[in-house]
Ligand binder design. Structure first.
Ligand code: BGC
Length: 704
């Protein structure tokens, strides 16, 4: 891709004048109604002036189900079942900008089709630790990859007369103590790691809105923070759009009013008592705060409404949802997100030779759409891996299934209340809890024994295990961080027992964040990684297993062996309450492992294929600002290669930093020139071209 053309929506003099005119006619009460939630997901309309309410909806993986205006209770009909898009972690694994754009435009169309004005996404926070409960909603550990994918996504969303709401600004990288934790982070780390995606959302994607984060940043709450909202976002990057609080992110009327925040949203239904409602009105009436402060906010909202064609009977796109083309996008994203981690000649499976397959593992038969917190989706449908395998293998292949493990935690299974729970945490256990523990262990052992017994049956041509994580509240879920990187539910024991009896068992991990695979990765002969990949995810996985498609996903995050390999944990600053200091600075993800000579299990940018590629004759075109290389598909199946460009560091800088990438389709034997355009081709510097951060094919200098 050459230089991106920013499609900025011009704010005309006419729009400005109209906003001023409306502003002059609004009463104080009406203005106050426009700057805070009057429903859980909407502000208040001013009907007499034709100003509608601003309607928002979560979230990154689709348009969330409808709730009652004042309660988190779903409206119980079937009309809000929608497209379940692959999560951003899956999307990032495609390294495909076009798919990011199409996902965004599909999501925007659905949001508009459901009558929304603002879709609360994408989430662009950096994956600083594998433990973050919301990692599945985020793209990557790398700021460049995150920004490249996010910019396309946002641009796509906003082609539909719907605003993206890029979240959560800023440095929101853990769920522990999420409403209060104070993130202490240097300006350098903000600029180079945590800000770039937000900055690009403003500068390169012209995002119309941004969501402030729950956490504090350097001492002040994210939704009323001068350093982030004013100094960086408004003054430095020139953001003129609307800043919306996270739901319950405001803590102080005066601070919020005087900050750059425009709209306060929260989760309670006493809307008049929101900080920027009656309490603010009082401060204005008493003269403590000047009314001009809210005029600025309302002005920005009126400009936003005009950008979205919401005022004065403007012609506005209608949108649509559950469109078949959008489902095709979901399938294509899911296909390109499957990551082949290891393959000792087992894959792809030959449908003709596999008459009988045994599938094991809860994730083979589990739907993930309706979970994870605010990103939950009421999906029109979701194809599980088991369904996908049966769909693709067809009637000549018999597929049996065994659950293998049980993901019900003791708590969820026995519905133990919080009091008993607190006893468990305190070390003491009630007799009932002991019994529940015992039952759970027994259930798991029985499931494991059954699965292993079946897997020992030599009439099965292939055994496939599909496990990993899920959206249970202690795993990939908003509001909580994972306790550790271990695979839950005794899956390590199960996988090893399966490999004992069937060394050729294919191991598939489905998760939203990295888990340690140390207990089986060396033994397994075939290993696949998938994220929550949307409504077509199971089909895409089955296609990859059977070679209908060639796996072409790449890791957008490092898969560590254990937590000690991750910067945040190495410096001992992750998941703390009260205060967390980002002592790892800019050395996050592979920037940290490379600096310290650490070999992770699988490096950033990694992913195998059923074919092989060769890189030849790299060259620099200084004039056109790119580095080129010939890439040849030297195998005998078609495939897509992700060519990566890394800037090689000097002095104290990280060893390598991703600076460009291109995904290229090559039929077997084909060769193409791939051009990699970094944001700035730096004279006098060296660049590495590779197929992952660890697999460098060539190093080339740009003459000074
Ligand atoms: C989440 C946001 C979400 C909002 C509205 C908050 O708890 O942090 O990401 O958009 O709720 O549901």
């Amino acid at each position: 891709m050459g230089k991106r053309v920013v499609r900025k929506k011009e704010v005309t003099e006419e729009m400005k004048n109209r906003a001023k005119e409306l502003l002059s006619e609004l009463t104080l009460d009406e203005k106050i109604g426009m700057i805070h939630g009057n429903e859980l997901f909407a502000t208040k309309a001013v009907e007499r002036l034709g100003i509608p309410k601003l309607v928002t909806s979560d979230g990154p993986m689709g348009v969330r189900a409808e709730f009652k205006p004042d309660r988190f209770e779903r409206i119980d009909d079937s009309s809000d079942a929608v497209t379940y898009f692959p999560s951003n972690s899956a999307l990032a694994s495609t390294w495909n900008r076009t798919l990011a754009y199409m996902t965004g435009s599909g999501l925007g169309m659905e949001a508009r089709g459901r009558g929304k004005d603002v879709i609360l996404g994408p989430g662009v926070n950096i994956k600083r630790s594998p433990l973050c409960g919301r990692n599945f909603e985020y793209f990557s550990e790398d700021p460049y990859l995150t920004k490249e994918m996010a910019v396309e996504h946002i641009t796509g969303v906003q082609t539909n007369d719907v605003a993206a709401c890029v979240k959560h600004f800023a440095a929101n990288n853990q769920e522990t103590d999420r409403l209060q934790v104070d993130t202490i982070v240097s300006r350098e780390a903000l600029d180079r790691i945590y800000y770039p995606a937000f900055k690009a959302a403003v500068r390169e994607a012209d995002t119309y809105t941004i969501m402030g984060s729950y956490n504090k940043i350097n001492g002040e709450q994210g939704c009323q923070n001068k350093e982030t909202l004013k100094d960086a976002l408004r003054d430095e990057w020139g953001f003129e759009g609307v800043i919306i609080s996270d739901w319950g992110g405001v803590h102080d009327t005066k601070k919020a009013a005087l900050s750059e925040l425009d709209i306060e949203m929260a989760c309670e239904s006493d809307f008049d008592n929101y900080y920027m409602a009656e309490p603010l009105k009082k401060l204005i009436l008493s003269g403590e705060i000047d009314e001009s402060v809210i005029d600025e906010k309302v002005y920005r909202i009126l400009i936003l409404m005009q950008k979205l064609n919401m005022l004065d009977g403007a012609e506005r796109k209608r949108g649509a949802y559950n469109d078949e083309h959008t489902r095709e996008t979901c399938l294509n994203v899911a296909r390109e997100s499957v990551i082949l981690l290891k393959n000792d000649g087992i894959l792809p499976l030959d449908a003709e030779k596999t008459g009988k397959i045994l599938v094991i593992g809860e994730n083979a038969d589990r739907k993930h759409s309706d979970g994870g917190g605010s990103a939950e989706i009421k999906a029109l449908y979701e194809i599980t891996p088991l369904t996908g395998l049966k769909m693709i293998a067809g009637g000549n292949t018999k597929i049996d299934y065994a659950r293998g493990y049980d993901s019900n935690t003791q708590k969820e299974h026995h519905n133990i209340g919080w009091q008993e729970d607190s006893l468990l945490d305190g070390g003491g256990k009630t007799a009932e809890a002991e019994k529940a523990d015992e039952d759970l262990r027994k259930r798991r052992r029985l499931l494991r024994e059954e699965a292993v017994r079946l897997a020992s049956d030599s009439t099965y041509d292939q055994v496939i295990f599909v496990g990993g994580l899920n959206h249970n509240s202690d795993l990939d879920c908003e509001g909580n961080d994972k306790r550790d990187m271990e695979l839950p539910y005794e899956q390590n024991e199960l996988i090893n027992a399966l490999l004992d009896v069937r060394p050729d068992t294919v191991i598939v991990m489905t998760a939203g964040s990295a888990v340690s695979m140390e207990q089986f990765a060396d033994r397994a002969k075939a290993l696949i990684w998938t994220y929550y990949a949307g409504m077509e995810g199971g089909r895409a996985l089955a296609e990859a297993l059977f070679g209908v498609i060639n796996p072409m996903g790449r890791l957008a995050e490092t898969l560590y062996k254990d937590l000690s390999q991750c910067s945040a944990h190495a410096v001992g600053e992750y998941g703390l309450t009260g205060r967390v200091e980002y002592k790892d600075g800019i050395y996050v993800g592979y920037r940290y492992t490379e600096q310290n000579g650490i070999k992770p299990r699988y490096p950033f940018g990694y992913g195998l294929s059923y074919t092989t590629y060769e890189y030849r004759e790299p060259y620099v075109s200084k004039e056109d600002g790119y580095i080129g290389v010939r890439v040849c598909n030297t195998g005998d199946v078609n495939g897509k290669e992700t060519v990566q460009l890394y800037l090689i560091g000097e002095g104290e800088e990280p060893v390598k930093e991703l600076a460009g990438f291109e995904k290229v389709f090559l039929i077997a034997g084909e060769e193409k020139i791939v051009k990699l355009y970094p944001d700035e081709l730096k004279a006098g510097r060296k660049y590495a071209i590779g197929s992952s951060s660890a697999d460098i094919k060539a190093v080339i200098s740009v003459n000074g």
